[in-house]
Design a binder for this molecule. Structure first.
Ligand code: PLP
Length: 463
């Protein structure tokens, strides 16, 4: 082995090979050197691990082609499309909500052309970027005023900075949530400069617990939607209306972090515990905040809606500039919000809601058509099985949605390796493993993705 290792050529001498010099001419010298380093490095590692026994013909066309392929790979975008076959509708690692075509078109226009982002077209005076979505949000939620920021985490931080301004925030011990590993409510409250006053117990917090905690230093009662966990058994939390009454009597502000936040009642589709934003504001909550890219089905954003005076404070707060949304987001958000109003039906227009309300028979039909196409292509060990899909995005972890999946059991490849091959495909396919089998859940897959999945699996099986 030591001898063959010594036969590995120097990068400089490889560059002098005519076919490689030709590659360097087509691409750049620097990219070619980098690609040669990678390929020779892989060969060296293969020799040491005794997986490689012979060296390629470094002067040949095949090696030059490998160099070009390696350069192409580094030129390809890092952020790429994948097929979401996880059955998790709002998968944070896969970019959460898919945008509606209307939202994508709006982003394209906002990105291509100058716009009236901060210009009042009637007077020619400077306008506010926030105006493009405020009226729509108010119309859909019944709020007096609204504003959008970078995401819901930013919405919570900004709201607490502006309203508590270093004073005390009262929150129930049962609602001190952590989302996605880095957003921990107690830490966010601390970062806002406010002090957290925890009240009640993990499972039960009563109105009196809130009332007893309020003193002259208290600015905010903070309620949080425990979106990614559920406390079951003997539990109690006061009604929103009662909390709102208490807040008003004591002259403090009631804020609710909703996380997902839905604009329309989704209980007919099986989502029973997602409160509708308009109902929460009607119950007397002063300020609510929710994500743009969870069940709303739009771009990443944090929407804050509620009392006009408080929204005014947020708009003029120094942190607003740091968390404001950009024009692409505003364009997509406005277009998405419009799909909630006549003449549109949001359940038909917004991809997240389409996936949510598709009848199980439609999902089953997609699974069957994928299984049939795979069989026709010669991939035999596939079957259609009932599965449970989930909303995801930290929302409703308990509630599963009836779904169907295709399981794939290739004779020569174990499930873990198959998952890895699927991830490594030109269009990566992201599934999940259950009972040692790869499952592709069809609730989150589009009909248009099926041909790509068949092609990918055929390639992996070498047929
Ligand atoms: C998801 C979530 C957040 C964070 O929202 P981002 O838009 O991801 O910043 C905050 N609070 C709750 C309750 C959530 O579910």
């Amino acid at each position: 082995m030591a001898k063959i290792l010594r036969n590995l050529p120097q990068i400089q001498s490889l560059l002098e090979q005519p076919l490689i010099a030709e590659v360097a001419g087509r691409y750049t010298q620097a990219e070619t050197i980098e690609a040669l380093r990678v390929l020779v490095g892989d060969l060296r590692a293969g020799l040491i691990a005794q997986e490689t026994e012979t060296l390629p013909d470094f002067a040949g066309a095949a090696f030059a082609k490998a160099v070009a392929t390696q350069i192409d790979a580094t030129r390809a975008p890092c952020l790429r499309s994948v097929i979401n076959a996880t059955g998790i509708l709002i998968h944070t690692n896969l970019g959460r909500a898919r945008l509606a075509p209307a939202a994508v078109r709006a982003m394209q226009i906002a990105g291509t052309d100058p716009s009236n982002l901060e210009l009042k077209l009637d007077t020619g005076k400077r306008g506010s970027r926030h105006d493009h979505v405020e009226a729509l949000i108010c119309d859909l939620t019944g709020a007096e005023a609204a504003v959008a920021v970078n995401n819901c985490a930013a919405a919570v931080l900004l709201s607490l900075m502006a309203t508590a301004n270093g004073r005390a925030v009262v929150a129930s011990r049962g609602e001190l949530i952590e989302i996605g590993g880095s957003f921990r409510l107690p830490d966010v409250i601390a970062q806002s400069g406010a002090t957290l006053r925890e009240v009640g117990a993990t499972n039960k917090t009563r109105l009196a617990d809130y009332a007893n905690a309020i003193d002259t230093d208290t600015a905010v009662l903070l309620k949080s939607h425990t979106s990614n966990y559920k406390i079951v058994g003997f539990t109690f939390a006061p009604e929103r209306g009662d909390l709102a009454k208490l807040a008003k009597e004591q002259n403090v502000i009631l804020i609710e972090d909703l996380g997902s936040g839905v604009l329309i009642d989704l209980s007919p589709y099986g989502l029973k515990d997602e409160p509708v934003v308009a109902d929460i504001l009607k119950a007397g909550v002063d300020l609510v905040m929710f994500s743009g890219d969870k069940l709303l089905g739009g771009p990443q954003a944090g929407i804050i809606a509620g009392r006009r005076d408080i929204i005014g404070q947020l708009r003029s707060h120094p942190l607003m500039r740091a968390v404001r949304v950009d024009k692409l987001c505003l364009a997509a958000l406005e277009a998405t919000l419009r799909l909630y109003r006549a003449p549109y039906d949001p359940m038909a227009e917004i991809p997240v809601l389409q996936m949510l309300c598709e009848p199980a028979s439609g999902v089953n039909a997609r699974a069957t058509s994928l299984a049939d196409a795979l069989l026709k292509r010669g991939i035999k060990d596939v079957s259609v099985v009932p599965a449970a899909a989930f909303v995801g995005g930290g929302t409703l972890p308990e509630q599963d949605l009836e779904s169907f999946a295709v399981t794939i059991d290739l004779p020569a490849v174990n499930a873990r390796d198959l998952m890895s091959d699927l991830r490594g495909a030109e269009t990566p396919v992201i599934g999940r493993i259950e009972r040692e089998q790869v499952m592709l859940d069809m609730r989150t897959v589009r009909d248009g993705d099926l041909a790509t999945i068949v092609q990918t699996l055929a390639q992996i099986s070498g047929i």
